[in-house]
Write a protein that binds this ligand. Structure first.
Ligand code: GLA
Length: 660
């Protein structure tokens, strides 16, 4: 049977960059809806997301439906040329649900119930919740599946609840039976011989609730896998209902960026459109790089154009101190997403709320209204996106370098009782991506099981746990001519978090030329390890090299004096410490060069980023000073119509989109 052809983001964009955001008109009187439409049209908004948190309005009492207001809004949007991304409202059940069915509420690790009054107060394992969610999804699909405004389905919102309830425990047991088949296999995988934890009956197994001391790490690891799978089950149940009703409409569910609880590789396979919410801190000097990381990861998960579902036009309201976006930053970061493959630039939310927990979170129309700088900048951006839409949508670029990331390795490594709580997987990942970003090297992300053969360089910031198959894959990649660079704490454990003999997979040790890994020497806050040519941070190791490996840098002074800090065997490199940022940038830059990967442009100043998308070259100035950037040849800026020869002049936080 031929594979089913699924709709994609292109079916929703139809050649335009989607521009708009979450729209919550139920918070406003009807007069405001008409004002909204006027402002949307003036700003080039062509897409709004409706209904994300509308469950109580759509189903005011169990089983009742009130679609009248949404009918009017769908029509209003259509009449005004604004497409609708229609959400299933299942992220925030109405108060009656928790009141009538306490079994729909999630339970925390220490047994407390999470109540309504906020949002996301649903148990992913609750049969009652799932039944209500399916019913409202079916009715939405039946009512709006044929509506001409509908472009895309948006399921739930940022799935992210954990649940330790009894009902979750029952599902956990079923999940474990499916995974292990027998209690013997489970006891072996969990290493329950330790601390008298052997299970004799499935009924004895619980979610890893509050315990007196450290918990069984594999039980915790499996609980994380289970949570990601249960949330996915909820998502897929809704997706399948929508697909059945509207096979031609693509489906998405928005990710939180690099959120620990969700195996986004696995989820992305199930989605027609991969979408993400992105909120770098405007004050963070590395905000642009943090954004670039998420954009690179999302593009890689999508394997093509993706959707920026949410960003903030100004400040958020959930940091300790919430900074606005200075002039030009919204435009710059929006175009940075487009450069990295986004075909949709959307915001949370259209109009800033006057009530509720997010009234101090920005909107595209801020409290300052039409005259406010935020809306004025939104308007300019809308016009500019319309100008470049036809040239960018649908195009996709691959990089020569892949950064490997795997949620299971993250979960396994982030346990209690490890050598250093200072080692944070996400921070290490960010440090390596930063090094490549600062070296102006374009990067994809990949999973350790993916086919890596197209890449000239593969870097492994940290994959604490690796399956045998993943190790095979890395070995084959190097055997076939690839260059691999790995950071410490890689290949330590197998998929059950069982430490590999020798403290690191034997085949990986051989690959990197490590004879013996004697001890780990984690570093304290502020402590560094001197190496020849740079300083190491966070971690150091006492390793003995094999005869046929080359020491590329040694530790100098201290207990590790003279031992290898950076080791190489052929094209396989091993870094036993985290070099300071500049040193990691230089080292990876050199290795990439030798592997044949080149910076996007030569001679780029710091804080200037160049990104290729299809035939276009985006050049972005993240700095506050104007810069002149050498770009050989003659280029036409699609945003302003300016022609540049051999160099491009960029003002503060400016960006050009060049066609040569
Ligand atoms: C998330 C949610 C939105 C909103 C924003 C605020 O991304 O999906 O509903 O709460 O955060 O930043």
């Amino acid at each position: 049977m031929a594979a089913e052809k699924r709709p994609s983001l292109g079916d929703a964009t139809r050649g335009r960059i989607l521009y708009g955001g979450d729209y919550n008109p139920e918070q406003w009187p009807k007069e405001t809806w008409h004002e909204d439409v006027r402002l949307m049209k003036a700003a080039g908004v062509n897409s709004v997301t409706l209904g994300v948190f509308s469950w109580a309005k759509l189903e005011p009492r169990p089983g009742e439906r009130d679609f009248g207001w949404l009918d009017r809004l769908m029509d209003l949007m259509h009449e005004n040329g604004v497409g609708v991304v229609l959400a299933t409202p299942t992220a925030s059940p109405p108060p009656w649900m928790g009141h009538l069915h306490p079994d729909t509420l999630p339970v925390t690790e220490d047994g407390r119930t999470e109540y309504w009054g906020g949002r996301q107060h649903f148990s992913h394992s609750s049969a009652t919740y799932r039944r209500y969610a399916a019913a409202i999804t079916e009715d939405l699909a039946a009512r709006y599946g044929g509506h001409p405004a509908l472009t895309l389905w948006h399921i739930n919102n940022e799935y992210c609840t954990y649940d330790w309830s009894d009902e979750a425990a029952a599902r956990f047991r079923t999940w474990l039976r499916d995974r292990y088949g027998s209690l013997d296999a489970l006891n072996s995988a969990w290493g329950t011989a330790f601390w008298s934890q052997g299970y004799g009956d499935w009924a004895e197994i619980h979610t890893p609730r509050q315990a007196h001391y450290m918990k069984n790490p594999t039980q915790v690891l499996d609980f994380k896998r289970f949570t990601s799978d249960m949330l996915l089950e909820c998502c897929l149940a809704e997706r399948d209902i929508l697909r059945l009703a509207t096979p031609h409409i693509p489906v998405t569910s928005n990710f939180m960026p690099l959120w620990v609880g969700q195996d986004a590789w696995r989820w992305a396979e199930e989605e027609d459109v991969v979408s993400v919410d992105l909120y770098p801190d405007p004050r963070d000097p590395l905000g642009a790089q943090q954004g670039a990381l998420v954009q690179d990861m999302t593009r890689s998960q999508a394997r093509g154009p993706w959707m920026l579902m949410e960003q903030a036009a100004g400040p958020v309201n959930w940091r300790g101190v919430n900074h606005p976006k200075p002039r030009g930053l919204n435009r710059l970061w929006s175009l940075q997403s487009v450069a990295r493959g986004a075909d949709a630039v959307c915001f949370f939310q259209w109009r800033q709320s006057r009530q509720g927990a997010e009234k101090f979170h920005s909107g595209m129309v801020s409290h300052a209204g039409e005259e406010g700088r935020t809306y004025q900048e939104v308007k300019r951006l809308g016009a500019e996106l319309a100008r470049i839409s036809g040239e960018v949508t649908g195009s996709h670029s691959l990089s020569d370098i892949a950064v490997l990331h795997d949620w299971h390795a993250w979960w396994a490594g982030a346990q209690d009782g490890r050598p250093s709580t200072r080692v944070d997987h996400a921070d290490v990942l960010k440090a390596w991506h930063r090094a490549l970003w600062e070296a102006h090297l374009a990067t994809d992300f990949a999973h350790p099981d993916h086919d890596l053969t197209a890449y000239k360089l593969v870097v492994v910031p940290q994959l604490y746990a690796l399956t045998d198959a993943a190790v095979d894959n890395l070995l084959a990649y190097v055997r076939q001519g690839g260059t691999l660079v790995s950071g410490f704490l890689t290949g330590v454990a197998d998929q059950d978090d069982r430490v590999r003999p020798g403290g690191m997979d034997a085949r990986l040790r051989e690959l990197f030329g490590i004879r013996t890994l004697h001890e780990w020497w984690p570093l304290e806050e502020g402590e560094t390890a001197d190496c020849d040519g740079f300083r190491g941070t966070l971690w150091s190791e006492e390793i003995e090299k094999a005869d046929d490996s080359t020491t590329e840098a040694v530790y100098k002074g201290g207990e590790l004096d003279g031992l290898p800090a950076v080791l190489r065997r052929g094209r396989a490199w091993y870094l036993s410490t985290l070099p300071e940022p500049g040193a990691l940038r230089d080292l990876l830059g050199r290795i990439a060069y030798d592997a044949g990967a080149r910076p996007v442009l030569d001679g780029l100043p710091d804080l200037v980023e160049a990104v290729r998308r299809g035939d276009l070259l985006f050049v972005l100035n993240h700095g506050r000073d104007a810069v002149t950037v050498p770009v050989p040849g003659t280029h036409h800026d699609l945003l302003t119509g300016t022609t540049f020869r051999d160099e491009v002049v960029l003002g503060r936080r400016d960006v050009v989109v060049l066609r040569s």
